[in-house]
Design a protein around this ligand. Sequence first.
Ligand code: DAH
Length: 365
Amino acid sequence: MTTDLDQLRTDLLGSIEAATALDAIEAVRVSTLGKQGSVTGLLKTLGGMSPEERQQTGPRIHALREAVSEALGARKASLEAEALNAKLASETLDMTLPVDGVPAGSVHPVSQVMDELAEIFADLGFAVATGPEIEDDWHNFSALNIPETHPARAMHDTFYLAGDHATPMVLRTHTSPVQIRAMKAAGGNKPVRIIAPGRTYRSDSDATHTPMFHQVEGLVIDKGITLGHLKWTLETFLKAFFERDDIVLRLRPSYFPFTEPSAEVDIGFTVINGKRVIGGDPTKGEGGWMEVLGSGMVHSKVIEAGGFDPNEWQGFAFGCGIDRLAMLKYGMDDLRAFFDGDLRWLKHYGFSALDVPTLSGGVGA
Ligand code: DAH
């Protein structure tokens, strides 16, 4: 028995040492310490031994079980370490290699100009107001004194929403309905001073028109407001926007249903090296005038539709194409490219989000 146990121990430890894979180790474990294993079998024989025999052999069998169990654990650990080392050796990472740069997005010129507008008008005490792009025809037309027969109401100019609606719904054709919403929000008894930049829609498409475009609306409602306030505000705004003090404006009498009187505003340009530049004396050389916005004193019917008493309150309003402002300031010449989503265009004309040239000097700086 003694020599048998010694022999068995030598054999088992040998086969454990010889195992080169984790499943071989597992096989040895099952064949020795498993339910039907050889060492387990030996332990079971203890019950049938005489006390003397058990006293002599018992400790040796237990020692064998202990030795086998330890050897299995040690061999398993060393095989696992080997496997890990092999994996580490084959999966090297060069931490010094340069990574591919994360592509940086850019701020679209329209967003840039909207930020500039908000900043300039904030300095003048204007808040930014918003309204829905899907608008009802009362806010978009009727409340703005646009009669049923006005061509702007025709299907070929305006996108109407299909389906049955209590009141016809349109994609707003201008930002002017925000005038009504801002007045209503003010409750008819306190001044309003807002700009409303945003998307607008018309059934139109060529080099200078896209079905979606951007406008900014301006509205002031207060007591004692005159055309002089309008002119000063527009002049101050355009000088700050184009960052030039020598901007000249011309107010041309015009007609809009929602203003009376109405004026179209032209901005003077000069020609330098064959290029039109905003500012300077438009009466010199090849200089001239360019229309930039529509404006006027808010019509009494519109003031009323906004919930204000037109006998007490007056105001001025203006509306301006943002895309065109961006083109004039930053020098793009095709409006359609604004909305093509061509990354090369965006890279060229876009602004860095972290390096936006702000007008932090503000108005009057
Ligand atoms: N809503 C006009 C348009 O889209 C622009 C406009 C003109 C707005 C005169 C105004 C204004 O507020 O006073 O053509």
